[in-house]
Ligand binder design. Sequence first.
Ligand SMILES: O=C(CO)[C@H](O)[C@H](O)COP(=O)(O)O
Length: 234
Amino acid sequence: MSSQSGDPRAKLKRQAAIEAASMVRDGMVVGLGSGSTSAYMIEELGRRWAEGLRFCAIPTSEHSAEQARAHGIKLVTFATHPQIDLDIDGADEVELGTLNLIKGLGGALFREKIVAAASRRFVVVVDESKIVEHLGHHVPVPVEVTTFGWESTARQLEALGARVTQRLDRSGNVFVTDGGNMILDCHFGSIADSVALSRRLRAIVGVIETGLFIGRTSEVIVAAHDGLKHLEPS
Ligand SMILES: O=C(CO)[C@H](O)[C@H](O)COP(=O)(O)O
């Protein structure tokens, strides 16, 4: 998730992230997303913090928390700040029109959804390659599941039509989320009805949360080769 990667879309991701970071004002409670685009956003907020901007933040992953701390950004918890003013996060796919999302290829989907759900505004930052007609076009739906009985949970996910793969980390070991759970990547192909699928997935015992973010997006900032675009759900 380094912001110094050789990602060919890095420049666009950075533009979208900086635009979103400009929405943060003194005194706000801010949700800090996870992933490489969010890393640019935290970097920009760190720059503005050094210039004197003062806000507090709730991070969506240990990785983002570490990055924010390195910049001196004040981190708080839901115990003292149950309501977030503005959450800024990346996405893996954004559905045109509805602005429903697939998130979680970085593995932080559960905390990301909790933070988005507690936010007055949820602003998503992406480069243009993430915009699709139908979710599932390029990426699987990550599903966070309990480790106990995961094989049974996987079968029930397969019964919904998915090809299921267990997420591994870079060393080939089972990927463990910040919450100590595992992720099953569910390949459905193009999803015709993401609302119905979300409902079915969440009804499966053993599923903790899914990477389908339905009806949560306030705005998407898309960085394209011909400039920045602001999308709102239709
Ligand atoms: O959901 C996420 C992590 O759980 C990320 O927001 C998503 O994977 C986008 O990542 P990137 O900005 O690196 O493309």
